[in-house]
Design a protein around this ligand. Structure first.
Ligand code: ADP
Length: 464
C-alpha cells in the first residue's frame, strides 16, 4: 500500500437537511470538526439548523427543494466560509456527478466516491453492466436502454412475462412498472419513457424479469482510498410499500448462510472491480429459491445505515469522514475497521415514523405538532430532526419524522423494544403511521423473518 495521504478536516459543510444533517453534524462534532449547515428559506425554523456551529441560508428565491440543489450557491458559501469538505447525506445532490466535480474543481473534498465512480455506478444500467463484468449475478433481462417498441417486445418475450420496465435513473421506488402481458406492453412502455423523461431527465428504460415474492437484501461496505474494502454484513429491507422501505432489519438472518456468503463475496468483487471508494451499499433481490441478484448500488449513506451501526458498533458516518481525510482501513490512529474486527452483535430494527395517514392511503399530513413525546430508553436509538412540540410539519419535504431503532441480543427482543418505543410516542396535531408500524411488527410473518417485498400490499390486516 502507498503511504497514506492524510489531510484532516477543520470545517465540514453538510449539504442536506433534517435528520441526516443532524446525524452528520454529530459525527463531525465527535471528531472535533466544526460543522456548517445550509438551509432553505422554508427551513428557517427547522431544528437541524440549530445543531450546527454555523448556518447559512440558501437562495430564498429558489424554492424549498431547488435551494438544496443549487450547486453554485452551495460551493460559493463553502468557499467563503473556508470549508474543507462537504458531506452530501442522501437524496438532493448526493449522487450528482456535477456536484462532485464542482467540489473537486474548487478544492473541496466530496465525502463520497469520485466522479468516475459516480458516473459508472450512478444509474441502474451502468451499474448492472459493471456487475456483469465482475461476474455478479443480475436479474435476467437487458443491460441497455430499449430504443423502440419492437425491441421491447422481443426482449419481453425472451425474458418472459411478467416483466419490469425500469427507468435507468429512477430512484425512491419510482420509475418502475410491472407488465404482466403482451397487450399492456405498448402503453406501459410509452408511459414509462414519458414518465422517466419528466421525473428523471431522460427516457432510458430497460427490461428485467419481475421476481415474485423476493426479499430485498443489501450489503454495507466501506472502502478506503487505497483499494482496501470491508463489508459490514447485511440488512433485510423487504418490508416495503410501493418499492420504498418502511422497516429495516440487520442482520439478514432469515436467508441461508450460503446465500449470504455468496452476496458478501459478490459485493466485494464488484467493489474491487469498480475501484469504489468510501461507504456504499449494494442491493440484491433474493428469489424464492434463495438465488441472489444484484439490482443496484447506492454510492452514499442510506437512511437505514443505523441498523448496521447498532449490530457492528461501527460509526459509518465517521468512517466516511475518516476515509475522506485519507485514513486507510484498519488504521492504527483512528477507528476504521478491518474485516476481522467486524463482528455482529444481536439484532437491530429500524422503523420509519412518518407523518402519513395509513387510513388515507398514506397521504402526508401537515400542520403543527401540538404534542410530541418520544419513546427512548434502553435499547432504543432515535434519529430525528424535525419533531418537537410546536414544530410545524411543512408539505415541502419527505414525511420522515423520526427513525426509531432498536437493538437487542434477540430478534424477538428487538421487536418488543421497537413496539414499546412506538407505543410510548405521543404525537398529536398530525397523523402518523405508528399504528401501522406496530401492526407490521406484531405480524407473525414479520416475527418469523419471512417478509418479502410485497408483504404489505398482500396483507390487508396491517391497515386495521
Ligand atoms: P430504487 O432505486 O427506486 O430504490 P431499486 O432498484 O432499489 O429502486 O428497487 C426498489 C425495489 O423495487 C426493490 O427492493 C424491489 O422491491 C422492487 N424491484 C426492483 N426490481 C425488481 C424486479 N426485477 N422484480 C421484482 N421487484 C423488483
Amino acid at each position: 500500500m502507498n503511504q497514506p495521504n492524510i489531510k484532516k478536516f477543520k470545517k465540514v459543510m453538510v449539504a442536506n437537511r433534517g435528520e441526516i444533517a443532524i446525524r452528520i453534524f454529530r459525527a463531525l462534532s465527535e471528531l472535533g470538526i466544526t460543522t456548517v449547515c445550509i438551509f432553505s428559506k422554508e427551513d428557517k425554523y427547522s431544528l437541524f439548523r440549530t445543531k450546527a456551529d454555523e448556518s447559512y441560508m440558501l437562495d430564498p428565491e429558489k424554492g424549498p427543494i431547488d435551494a438544496y440543489l443549487d450547486i453554485d450557491r452551495i460551493i460559493k458559501i463553502a468557499k467563503a466560509k473556508g470549508v474543507d469538505a462537504i458531506h452530501p447525506g442522501y437524496g438532493f445532490l448526493s449522487e450528482n456527478p456535477n456536484f462532485v466535480q464542482a467540489c473537486e474543481d474548487n478544492g473541496i473534498v466530496f465525502i463520497g466516491p469520485t466522479v468516475e465512480i459516480m458516473n459508472a455506478m450512478g444509474d441502474k444500467i451502468s451499474s448492472k453492466k459493471m456487475a456483469e463484468e465482475a461476474d455478479v449475478p443480475t436479474i435476467p433481462g437487458v443491460d441497455y436502454a430499449i430504443k423502440d417498441l419492437e425491441t421491447a417486445k422481443k426482449v419481453a418475450e425472451k425474458v418472459g412475462y411478467p416483466i419490469m420496465l425500469k427507468a435507468s435513473n429512477g430512484g425512491g421506488g419510482r420509475g418502475m412498472r410491472i407488465v404482466s402481458n403482451h397487450d399492456d406492453l405498448e402503453r406501459e412502455y410509452r408511459d414509462a419513457r414519458e414518465e422517466s423523461k419528466k421525473a428523471f431527465g431522460d427516457d432510458q428504460i430497460f427490461i428485467e424479469k419481475y421476481l415474485k415474492h423476493p426479499k430485498h437484501i443489501e450489503v454495507q461496505i466501506l472502502a478506503d482510498n487505497y483499494g482496501n474494502v470491508v463489508h459490514l454484513f447485511d440488512r433485510d429491507c423487504s418490508v416495503q410499500r410501493r418499492h420504498q422501505k418502511v422497516v429495516e432489519v440487520a442482520p439478514a438472518f432469515s436467508i441461508p448462510q450460503e446465500t449470504r456468503d455468496l452476496i458478501f463475496k459478490s459485493a466485494l468483487r464488484l467493489i474491487d472491480h469498480v475501484g469504489y471508494r468510501n461507504a456504499g451499499t449494494l442491493e440484491f433481490l433474493v428469489d424464492a429459491d434463495n438465488n441472489p441478484y444484484f439490482i443496484e448500488m447506492n454510492p452514499r449513506i442510506q437512511v437505514e445505515h443505523t441498523v448496521t451501526e447498532m449490530i457492528t458498533g461501527i460509526d459509518i458516518v465517521q468512517s466516511q469522514i475518516l476515509i475522506a481525510e485519507g485514513y486507510p482501513l484498519n488504521s492504527k490512529e483512528v477507528d476504521i475497521p478491518s474485516q476481522e474486527s467486524v463482528k455482529v452483535n444481536g439484532y437491530s430494527i429500524q422503523t420509519r415514523v412518518t407523518t402519513e395517514d395509513p387510513a388515507n392511503n398514506f397521504l402526508p399530513d401537515t400542520g403543527k405538532l401540538s404534542v410530541y413525546r418520544s419513546g427512548s430508553g434502553y435499547g432504543i436509538r432515535l434519529d430525528g430532526g424535525t419533531a418537537y412540540t410546536g414544530a410545524e410539519i411543512s408539505p415541502y419535504y419527505d414525511s420522515l419524522l423520526v427513525k426509531a431503532i432498536s437493538h437487542d441480543r434477540q430478534f424477538s427482543g428487538a421487536i418488543r423494544k421497537s413496539i414499546r418505543s412506538l407505543k410510548e410516542m405521543r404525537i398529536r396535531g398530525v397523523k402518523t403511521n405508528i399504528p401501522f408500524l406496530i401492526n407490521v411488527l406484531n405480524h407473525e410473518t414479520f416475527m418469523a423473518g419471512k417478509c418479502y417485498t410485497t408483504f404489505i400490499e398482500e396483507t390487508p390486516e396491517l391497515f386495521q
